[in-house]
Design a protein around this ligand. Structure first.
Ligand code: FEC
Length: 304
């Protein structure tokens, strides 16, 4: 029988403030950041209480997924590989091959495919892959029904708690605008998720904005969330509910870029701010991940 594993991939975060420079240098493909950019990033981590829990949450998601797969009769290990922090994706791929695994179902904890997100994870995995190991990557899952259902449930709960008639703003990480020249499906997939979640949650007044554009000097996809919030206020909106549909965990881009910056943009313009909770390790999310992975396991493929 084929020996197989699941490879769960996520962005990764530095675990101590002293590690931010190494982490940022890795994001910049080996080029150390200028001092002012490094200081600015360290300040963002300080503002949310230090390094984020992203690595821990990812490991807990992996452990919960492994347990759920076992419960469903699939005793496969779930290994974590990070893009920008050890254990790096390439190292984990090599370890799996060295341990005799022949097949890995790979899943990026980012639901939408972009050349600047999922494709980069794929490249890290493929570049390290020895010939004896097959990697079956789930390229996108932005329209996975259980995922849409859980986003809609969270959104409905946040709107109900906010009261009144808040406008909804869906967000996802921006990417450099030149990806559009290569026909990147990212904007279309984000629109599909937004439309589906709004319909499921019964939301009629919603918009989409990008967040967290990098400090690289080139053009990034917009509109930016901070401009979108100011625009809503200028139109007379009194309350906004944000939902970050491109992330699945609490991390810097959610805790700082939304809960500090976007909140301030809303409140300084006289609007109330609320944000739908992230999936993190919630039961429904782990079940949704298991629903994605199980049909790709080789045991099932051989039965077909
Ligand atoms: O909690 C944490 O410490 C980690 C938060 C974090 C997540 C994340 C997700 C995405 N990124 C994406 C694209 C880019 C591109 C660049 C870029 C730069 C940064 C920097 C930090 C950072 N990202 Fe990130 N990203 C997170 C953190 N990201 C810190 C560097 C400072 C800055 O520019 O703000 C630009 C560099 C380059 O040219 O490569 C592009 C995308 C995602 C969502 C998909 C995913 O999760 O992988 C796309 C979480």
């Amino acid at each position: 029988m084929t020996r197989e594993a699941v490879l769960l991939m996520a962005y990764g975060t530095p675990e101590r403030l002293d590690d931010v420079e190494t982490y940022y240098t890795h994001i910049r493909r080996g080029s150390p950041p200028p001092a002012e950019l490094l200081e600015e990033l360290v300040e963002r981590y300080r503002a949310v209480g230090g390094p984020t829990a992203l690595n821990r949450i990812t490991r807990e998601q992996a452990a919960a997924l492994e347990a759920e797969l076992a419960r469903r009769g699939h005793a496969v290990p779930v290994r974590v590989g990070f893009k920008h922090h050890p254990p790096f994706i390439g190292e984990v791929v090599k370890e799996l091959a060295a341990e005799g695994f022949e097949r890995a179902v790979a899943l990026v904890l980012a639901p939408h495919y972009s050349l600047r997100s999922v494709a980069e994870y794929e490249r890290y995995a493929e570049d390290a892959r020895p010939p004896g190991l097959e990697i079956d990557l789930i390229r996108s899952w932005h329209d996975h029904p259980p995922f849409l259902d859980l986003l809609a449930a969270r959104l409905a709960a946040t709107r109900a708690a906010a009261g009144g008639d808040p406008v909804v703003l869906f967000t996802a990480h921006s990417v450099p605008a030149r990806v559009l020249e290569s026909g990147d499906p990212y904007p279309d997939q984000l629109r599909e998720t937004s439309e589906a979640v709004a319909a499921l949650a019964g939301v009629e007044r919603w918009e989409f904005a990008y967040q967290s554009a990098g400090r690289t000097g080139e053009e990034w996809l917009g509109p930016d969330v901070l401009d979108a919030v100011a625009e809503l206020a200028a139109r007379g909106e009194r309350a906004v509910v944000l939902q970050a549909i491109g992330f699945v965990s609490d991390h810097l881009e959610v805790l700082y870029d939304l809960d500090v910056e976007a909140r301030q943009a809303a409140e300084s313009n006289g609007m109330t701010y609320a944000r739908a909770a992230m999936p993190n390790t919630d039961r429904e999310f782990v079940d949704a991940l298991a629903d994605l992975v199980v049909p790709r396991l080789a045991v099932l493929l051989h039965r077909e």
